[in-house]
Design a protein around this ligand. Structure first.
Ligand code: CP
Ligand code: NVA
Length: 308
């Protein structure tokens, strides 16, 4: 049984296999109606629980559709309506759900909740985002880069803004897929040292830069995310906006990247805060391909977890 908890916890060769499988499954659908089943039905007769303790559009819909395309069934559960963590321990919920379902995907706040679920579940558990990481997103992002520009190994990826959970998983991916990573933002929002160290230990060049225009110079890929994440207190908003405004991704900043650079944002976005609409809808942007590729990448992740 294999959990998909984080990119740095998954063998690099297996990550590669999952991305290849995602490309192949995307190609095989070749414009078919979205609700139609895949030729292959490896999840036939299987039930997948999708647990959300935070809001979601992409993760929720892409997992639900993905399971159905693979022939399985889903139940979407809201953390609030469950006994999760308040009526009973996470461990007990994990043991109980394992008697009913074949796979658990959970979006939660604390990383400890995910880890406790994985420790006590007897079925695979997938990380659908925690305060610390968002590995499914970055699997889709690597896939998206590759489908537009070929291998991401050796490329320069620049993250602008908050060194948050999505940034953390990008640093894990830098180490596992062999690309270089520059973070640019205010010091108080730097990514956690353990993410940076992982990428460096794997041989990636990681740069922390305060000047966004210097950082973006020669970038192959520019990435940003919301300035205030779901786990951040509302009271942080004004300060964050003041701190992060110089790191907005706009056309002026993108002009410092390579002419064929790509722009990514995991969405949801606050248009004209972290990135302007001109960039989000402009020639470098692949944001909606990223969103689509959540579906294909996660189908590959689920098949890997279940060995089907
Ligand atoms: N990118 C992403 O995870 O989006 P949702 O919050 O809508 O799932
Ligand atoms: N950093 C964002 C990502 C949302 C998909 C958050 O955690 O809210």
């Amino acid at each position: 049984m294999k959990h998909f908890l984080d990119i740095h916890k998954t063998d690099a060769t297996e990550l590669r296999t999952m991305i290849d499988s995602a490309h192949a499954m995307k190609a095989a659908r070749n414009g078919r109606p979205k609700g139609s089943p895949d030729d292959d039905q490896p999840l036939k007769g299987r039930m997948v629980a999708l647990i959300f303790e935070k809001p979601s559009t992409r993760t929720r819909v892409s997992f639900d559709v993905g399971v159905r395309q693979l022939g399985g069934e889903t139940m979407v559960l809201s953390g609030k309506e469950m006994q999760l963590g308040h009526g009973e321990t996470i461990a007990d919920t994990a043991r109980v759900l394992s008697r009913y379902v074949d796979l658990i995907m959970i979006r939660t706040f604390e990383e400890a909740t995910l880890l406790e679920m994985a420790e006590h579940a007897t079925v695979p558990v997938i990380n659908g985002l925690t305060n610390r990481t968002h590995p499914c997103q970055i699997m889709a992002d690597v896939m998206t880069y590759e489908e537009h520009r070929g291998p991401i190994a050796g490329k320069k990826v620049v993250w602008c803004g908050d060194g948050n959970n999505v940034c953390g998983s990008f640093l894990h991916a830098a180490g596992q897929f062999g690309f270089d990573f520059t973070y640019t933002g205010p010091e108080t929002l730097d990514p956690e040292e353990r993410f940076v160290q992982f990428a460096r230990d794997k041989g990636s060049k990681v740069v922390i830069a305060r000047d966004p225009f210097v950082a973006v110079e020669g970038a192959d890929l520019v990435v940003t995310d919301t300035w205030v994440s779901m786990h951040d207190p509302e009271s942080a908003k004004e300060r964050r906006h003041n701190q992060l405004r110089p790191y907005q991704v706009n056309e002026q900043l993108m002009s410092r990247a390579k002419p064929d650079s790509l722009f990514m944002h995991c969405l949801p976005a606050h248009r004209n805060d972290e990135a302007t609409s001109a960039v989000m809808d402009g020639p470098h942007s692949v944001i909606f391909d990223e969103a689509e590729n959540r579906l294909h990448a996660q189908k590959a992740v689920m098949r890997w977890c279940l060995g089907v």
